[in-house]
Design a protein around this ligand. Structure first.
Ligand code: C2E
Ligand code: CA
Ligand code: CA
Length: 240
């Protein structure tokens, strides 16, 4: 789980679930290494359901322990959206774990949404009607037309980290960032920047009124145990 902070206050307000494979010999394998394979083989449907269930169970445990409520983001592959049972599965997972739908945010990459927008939009609408939050991940890399963007029933734009990475290097990319933030504001969407690795990037994004920030400079992804020790402790401290 990687904490996400509110830029204005520095307070932890959310977390992104980033799956790891604990391999008996190879150790911890990152999502980037095995998720593409799971997508290719179709295993992503079963794996994605398992991830969502476990993340919701974890959030339930934290809510029961009276930790401050945080928004839980979970990545969803395009392949999962194709699965007819997906919407039903989400409904039953939320029911089983008794997690309020507005605590859950599903992240779908811009390219996954743009692959078959006409098919994806009704599925997104169903999720939104249930009160689940939706974010477009890797925004800026997937060629969505502004016309589609207006029709996507999403709450959040997540600026791709390549643009964040270039903040200090090229003024041109700062212009893109400013543009995305302005676009999000005009569409009344929350905007979050990922891959924040330096103080300079953090300060720039805060100045530009980016709502939420996430990245190694703030917090690295951590196990649930570490999250309890570090993040919830900090969430409380920064609160006061
Ligand atoms: P993503 O959704 O764009 O996730 C962000 C990736 O950037 C994560 O890599 C995260 O560990 C890494 N990251 C976080 N902060 C920083 C930073 O400051 N700098 C840099 N350079 N990287 C940072 P990870 O965990 O290897 O995940 C890679 C991709 O795998 C994710 O990209 C996402 O597309 C996918 N993924 C991860 N977990 C899941 C999952 O549960 N389900 C599905 N379907 N996909 C997942
Ligand atoms: Ca993501
Ligand atoms: Ca991303």
């Amino acid at each position: 789980y990687q904490p996400q902070i509110e830029a204005e206050s520095g307070k932890i307000v959310g977390m992104e679930t980033l799956v790891r494979w604990r391999h008996p010999k190879k150790g911890l394998i990152s999502a980037g290494e095995f998720i593409p394979l799971a997508e290719e083989t179709g295993l992503i449907s079963a794996l994605g359901e398992w991830i969502l269930r476990h993340a919701c169970m974890q959030l339930r445990e934290w809510l029961d322990k009276n930790y401050p409520p945080l928004v839980l983001s979970v990545n969803i592959s395009g392949r999962q959206l194709d699965d007819k049972r997906f919407l039903e599965n989400i409904r039953s997972i939320l029911h089983e774990t008794n997690v309020p739908p507005n605590y859950l945010e599903l992240e779908i990459t811009e390219s996954a949404v743009m692959r078959k927008p006409e098919e994806v939009i009704p599925a997104l609408e169903t999720l939104r009607k249930q009160g689940i939050n939706l974010a477009i991940d890797d925004f800026g890399t997937g060629h969505s037309s502004l016309n589609y963007l207006r029709r996507f029933p999403v709450n959040t734009l997540k600026i791709d980290r390549s643009f964040v990475n270039d903040i200090s290097k090229s003024p041109q990319d700062s212009i893109i960032i400013n543009g995305i933030i302005a676009l999000a504001k005009s569409l009344h969407l929350k905007v979050i920047a990922e891959g924040v690795e330096t103080y300079e990037q953090k300060m720039y994004l805060k100045e530009q009124k980016c709502d939420w920030l996430q990245g190694y400079y703030l917090y690295k992804p951590m196990s649930a145990d570490m999250f309890e020790q570090q993040a919830f402790f900090n969430a409380k401290v920064t609160n006061f």
